[in-house]
Each structure stands twice: as structure tokens, then as C-alpha cells.
Design a protein around this ligand. Structure first.
Ligand SMILES: *Cc1c(COP(=O)(O)O)cnc(C)c1O
Ligand code: SF4
Length: 383
């Protein structure tokens, strides 16, 4: 029988009786499938969390002490993927606070990517010649414990007000060198369809704008958000690229598969930006399995990010060699389509810098001595 991702690793397989944890047993399927319900029922306190998993002492005290800095917010859908008993479950590590968050390591920085410095107007980071990051909301469906923008995400003061939105759009309109707009946040899919349509239609009306990307983790944490109405709206403004953030094969559920299919069916190319996280995916086998599943979901692995220098995420950081090693174990050994770029977003605002295994052994003038993925040596003579 063909390997069908729809039949594997779903919420229903994990909780065969009733399809979900006990606490939501009586929830109607209609509610469960509704993104509004999922959003409203997000897990925000220990009492709710304890109904889904066996919380450890470390998680409990981390929750109490991290509350001020970065809220907890987990959709029931994502919570249903957690292992009740294993505190090292990759889903749990990404969503439930841990003691490590409270540690500010000496190398941590407040705004490591200098996103504030490169802001010509509030709400736009313009660093590269032809493309900008455009912040449209501070909200996310779920608060990822490894978030780079912890400072801003979930902070109501950093919300993109209507004024700010208009100023950002005006900047994009008058800056003719921009051809690619990355609509970001928080998570832009936290905006209503109407507000998103307003943004997309304004951008599409600008002649110099060729493509936009929606950078959203909703495919992973709230796939119910990708409704028929939403994709119908997006279809009017093609080409629209979706940049998402799957970190572990456990996240490749039937629900996520369906959400990706709806977007791909209206012509959206989908790219994945994984973050390398200690204990979650710092293992070539896991990354390979993730990337294979993503390809079946019509999602192309695009970047692997080295965990950056933001405060309170040092417990997630891996040595830089780990990322290079993962690429080495993918390149040649599996489809080139399953091999993303490993990058460090340089502290201080230097932008993304790719790191690749070294395949050049030596160069003598026009003679290049190269090695292939298996270590075999080959000479290429330049004409
Ligand atoms: C990541 C990023 C982009 C997009 O980079 P690509 O390599 O084109 O995906 C653009 N602007 C900023 C500030 C970024 O951080
Ligand atoms: S979805 Fe992205 S911006 Fe939002 S909390 Fe997660 S990593 Fe941060």
C-alpha cells in the first residue's frame, strides 16, 4: 500500500478514543475544526495545562516566573499532539515554558538582529536591496518558546495600529527598489481575512511589487485557520508565497497536510523555515524525516536557522557545527529538494549568512580538487 501521510501521525491516532484528550472529549467536531474556537480555547494557565499533560515541577515554576516576559498560549489542536508523560516531547518543548528560559546567558542580546535599527518607518525592516519585512500584528496563534521576537510578540504596545499600517504601506509604495514584501508579525494570519485582503490588495496595486510572502506558523499550530474563504481570497492576489515554520515530523499531521493542500491547490508555493533547536530537531535523522514529510505536503524546505542570540533561548542553542553536519548528512544522500540552506542570521543586522560543508579540497590555478558527498575525490579542470 502506498505511504499516505493522511493516515499517519494524526491527532486521532494519538487519542483513538474520541480523537483528542479527555478534556475536549465533548467538544463538537464543528468547534474543534473552527479556528475561532481553537483560538478562544488556547491554554493560558497551569490549571488548563494540567488537564492535558502531567506537568513537571520545572515547567510549573518556569510558567510562574516567565509569565511577565512571555505568555503561554497553546491551541488545543497543538496541545493534543503533546506527549502527556514525556517532558522532552518536541511539541511540549516548543510550547510549554522551561527553566532555561529564565537564564539570560552572557552572550544574549536584546535585539540581536537589529531589526529596530533598520526601520525606516515603524513596522518595516528594510535591510536588503529589494525586499522588506512588514510587521502587521503582534499576535500569534501560539507562543513559541524559542521565538526570536519575544520582546514584541504578544506585547500590545507593539501592535500595528491603523496609522502604522498606512505609514508602512506608504513607505513600500514610494520605495521603488522593493519588489518582494514579507508580511510578518507576530503572525499575519492573526489578522482577519478582511484586514489581510486590504493589505494584499494595496500591495498588488503597486506596480513595482512582484511577489509577497505570508510568513505564518498557523499551518503548524492552527491549521484550521486555512479556510476555504481564506484561500479563495489569497488566490486573487497571486503570486503569494507562504513561508512557514515546521520543526519536527510530529507536526506533519493530517490537519496540517489538509491546510497545505488547500494553499497549494490555489497555487501558493510553500517554503519551510526550520529553527535548529537542541532536543527538538538537532539530529540529521529527524530533519530528514521532517523534510521528506514536508515534500509530501508540497512544502519545500528552504532554510534551517541557527538559533539566534535573543534572550532566554540559550537552552535551545546548538553548536554551529551541528547545522553543517546536518546539511552534510542530507546533501547527496537524499533528494536535493529535501536539502535547505543552513544560515545564521548575523547578530548586529548582518543578514542571513549561509554555511555549507566544504567540498573544495584544494585549488591549484585552474585545477579544482573536489570531494563528493561520499568522500570520493574528483578533479575539475577549468578551460
Ligand atoms: C529574512 C529576511 C528577509 C528575507 O530573506 P530571504 O533570504 O530573501 O528569504 C528580508 N528582510 C529581512 C530583514 C530578513 O530578516
Ligand atoms: S509564530 Fe513565529 S513570531 Fe509567533 S511566537 Fe512563534 S516563532 Fe514567534
Amino acid at each position: 500500500m502506498a505511504y499516505d501521510i493522511r493516515t499517519i501521525n494524526t491527532v486521532r491516532d494519538r487519542y483513538p478514543e474520541g480523537g483528542r484528550p479527555e478534556v475536549w472529549k465533548d467538544t463538537s467536531q464543528k468547534d474543534w475544526d473552527s479556528w475561532i474556537w481553537q483560538q478562544q480555547k488556547r491554554i493560558k494557565n497551569m490549571e488548563q495545562l494540567e488537564k492535558v499533560i502531567h506537568v513537571t515541577d520545572d515547567e510549573r515554576s518556569a510558567f510562574q516566573n516567565s509569565h511577565e516576559m512571555f505568555n503561554m498560549g497553546i491551541t488545543p489542536y497543538y496541545a493534543a499532539l503533546m506527549d502527556k508523560d514525556d517532558p522532552n516531547c518536541p511539541i511540549r518543548l516548543q510550547s510549554v515554558p522551561k527553566g532555561g528560559e529564565l537564564v539570560i546567558a552572557p552572550e544574549d542580546m536584546e535585539d540581536p538582529l537589529a531589526e529596530e535599527r533598520d526601520m525606516p518607518v515603524p513596522g518595516i525592516t528594510h535591510r536588503y536591496p529589494d525586499r522588506v519585512l512588514f510587521y502587521t500584528t503582534h499576535n500569534c496563534a501560539m507562543y513559541c518558546r524559542h521565538c526570536t521576537r519575544k520582546r514584541k510578540v504578544a506585547d500590545p504596545d507593539s501592535a500595528a495600529s491603523t496609522n502604522q499600517l498606512e505609514e508602512s504601506l506608504a513607505y513600500i509604495e514610494r520605495t521603488k527598489s522593493i519588489r518582494d514584501v514579507i508580511i510578518s508579525g507576530g503572525d499575519p494570519l492573526s489578522n482577519s481575512d478582511d484586514r489581510l485582503e486590504y493589505i494584499l490588495s494595496r500591495l498588488r496595486a503597486m506596480n513595482h511589487i512582484e511577489v509577497f510572502r505570508l510568513g505564518s506558523r498557523n499551518l503548524v499550530t492552527l491549521p484550521q485557520r486555512i479556510t476555504d474563504d481564506f484561500v479563495k481570497m489569497v488566490k486573487k492576489y497571486q503570486p503569494v508565497y507562504i513561508h512557514t515554520h515546521f520543526n519536527h515530523p510530529k507536526e506533519c499531521t493530517r490537519e496540517a497536510f489538509d491546510a497545505c493542500a488547500r494553499l497549494a491547490d490555489v497555487g501558493c508555493p510553500i517554503n519551510n523555515q526550520m529553527v535548529l533547536l537542541k532536543g527538538v530537531n538537532d539530529d540529521a535523522k529527524i530533519v530528514k524525516e521532517l523534510n521528506h514529510k514536508l515534500l509530501m505536503m508540497r512544502v519545500r524546505p528552504y532554510y534551517i536557522f541557527q538559533c539566534d542570540m535573543s534572550q532566554g533561548i540559550s537552552h535551545f542553542r546548538t553548536p554551529v557545527e551541528k547545522g553543517i553536519e546536518i546539511i552534510e548528512k542530507l546533501r547527496g544522500w537524499t533528494s536535493g529538494m529535501a536539502v535547505p540552506h543552513f544560515v545564521i542570521d548575523a547578530p548586529g543586522g548582518g543578514g542571513k549568512i549561509p554555511l555549507i560543508p566544504n567540498y573544495v579540497i584544494r585549488r591549484d590555478g585552474k585545477k579544482w580538487l573536489l570531494r563528493n558527498y561520499k568522500g570520493g575525490q574528483y578533479v575539475y579542470n577549468e578551460p
